[in-house]
Write a protein that binds this ligand. Structure first.
Ligand code: ZN
Length: 138
């Protein structure tokens, strides 16, 4: 495994300085999940106003891939509608699982996770927060 390919600088940046991470009390958690194979754990708090997500925070710990994916996800979520986010989640999960191809223009910062597709054991790390987001939106 070539670590430089798996961890582009954007991934390391989000891992070292996660956006929108803080401690969440049990009452604040809307959905959570874990990836026991790797030890990743993520919990999400969402706040909507009208049709838009106005706040999103996560708590949790895990590997660089999972934490970066969660951090980038929260950065992308504010100001979007739940249906926008459901579509983005479905697309990103399908992309990571190799079912569809998307380009950097469509995925933005998320495209930095594209190299993870070559490491099947780590795909779960990247999609875990998105699966939790879908649960939180239900
Ligand atoms: Zn992981």
């Amino acid at each position: 495994m070539n670590d430089r390919n798996l961890y582009p600088s954007l991934i390391l940046n989000h891992y070292r300085n996660p956006r929108n991470r803080r401690n969440l009390s049990a009452e604040e958690i809307h959905a959570e999940g874990s990836n026991p194979n790797c030890g990743d754990r993520v919990a999400l708090h969402l706040q909507t106003e009208g049709e838009k997500i106005v706040e999103i925070f996560f708590s949790g710990c895990g590997c660089a891939i999972c934490m970066a994916s969660t951090s980038i996800m929260t950065d992308n979520a504010r100001g979007k509608t739940p249906s926008d986010l459901r579509r983005l989640s479905d697309e990103f999960i399908a992309f990571m699982q190799g079912e569809i191809d998307l380009n950097a223009e469509t995925l933005g910062d998320l495209f930095a996770l594209a190299a993870v597709r070559k490491f099947p054991m780590r795909i779960k790390c990247a999609i875990l927060p998105w699966q939790i987001l879908l649960k939180a939106l239900d």
